[in-house]
Design a protein around this ligand. Structure first.
Ligand SMILES: NC(=O)c1ccc[n+]([C@@H]2O[C@H](COP(=O)([O-])OP(=O)(O)OC[C@H]3O[C@@H](n4cnc5c(N)ncnc54)[C@H](O)[C@@H]3O)[C@@H](O)[C@H]2O)c1
Length: 243
């Protein structure tokens, strides 16, 4: 694998304070990018950027906040929209405010970052956006109605953007992970009482994915290696949706 695919490139990763977003930010940085690590929680991105030293800028950003997003994403070559939140209920048990918050972070947040990054990318002659889908946007997962719907929206938005901006040199793709061993999944186990063994058993490979495995796919899609790839929803799930 090329080690410097992003030298001289300006990248922004949302949700960079934890799990998959952190792995994506570290990967793009290791391959030469100048990376803005954005997260609604300031402390973790400050710590990670401090460790990375050069070419890493931590920013507190709530992706739901249009003005803040507009300021931050205007001069990018690469945008990775990783910030996301989950839900753990069926539709009848989902309060409207939970539904709206899940859509606000996952769908609206992704939309706002894309909306305000694309004009700058067009001016720079092109760019690459990778959105965080999920297998939840492709198949029904139990007890995750709002989450599944929001990730379906992210995947549909990705395809629409890819078609609209293919002539501008802007590629837009999504990755659709299966269950990944991140702090989020550990929280599900602790707070909602989901069993790690049950999550593993759901996977044909009998194991969860790692944040690094997802980051490798994000970096591929963000790089020129994927020059012919746009509008894809790349499934990385250990065979879950194939079974
Ligand atoms: N872990 C999995 O199994 C899995 C599977 C498929 C898809 N995903 C997706 O991957 C992404 C990252 O998941 P993760 O497992 O690393 O979760 P995580 O909870 O470990 O990390 C998510 C990060 O997003 C940040 N965030 C939350 N709301 C935000 C907001 N409004 N603005 C900016 N940042 C915000 C959080 O502070 C956190 O640092 C999510 O979009 C999730 O839906 C995760």
């Amino acid at each position: 694998m090329t080690a410097d695919r992003f030298t001289g490139k300006h990248a922004l990763v949302t949700g960079a304070g934890s799990g998959i977003g952190e792995a994506v930010a570290r990967k793009l940085h290791a391959e030469g990018a100048d990376v803005v690590l954005a997260d609604v929680r300031a402390e973790p991105v400050q710590a990670i950027a401090g460790e990375l030293e050069d070419r890493a800028t931590p920013v507190q950003l709530d992706v739901r906040d249009e003005e803040a997003v507009r300021e931050l994403v205007r001069d990018l070559d690469v945008l990775a929209n990783v910030a996301g939140i989950g839900s753990s209920t069926t539709a009848p048990d989902t309060p409207l405010d939970v539904w709206e918050n899940v859509f606000s972070v996952n769908a609206r947040g992704t939309f706002l970052c894309c909306k305000h990054a694309i004009p700058g990318m067009v001016e720079r002659g092109g760019g690459s956006i990778v959105n965080m889908g999920s297998v939840a946007g492709l198949i029904g997962l139990h007890n995750r109605a709002a989450y599944c719907a929001s990730k379906g929206a992210v995947i549909a938005l990705t395809r629409a953007l890819a078609v609209d901006h293919v002539g501008d040199g802007v590629r837009v793709n999504a990755v659709c992970p299966g269950t990944v061993d991140s702090p989020w999944v550990r929280r599900l186990v602790e707070e909602v009482g989901e069993s790690l063994d049950a999550l593993r058993a759901r996977q044909p490979m009998g194991r969860l994915g790692t944040p690094d495995e997802i980051a490798d796919a994000v970096a591929y899609l963000a790089s020129d290696d994927a020059a012919f790839v746009t509008g894809s929803a790349f499934v990385i799930d250990g065979g879950l949706t194939a079974a």
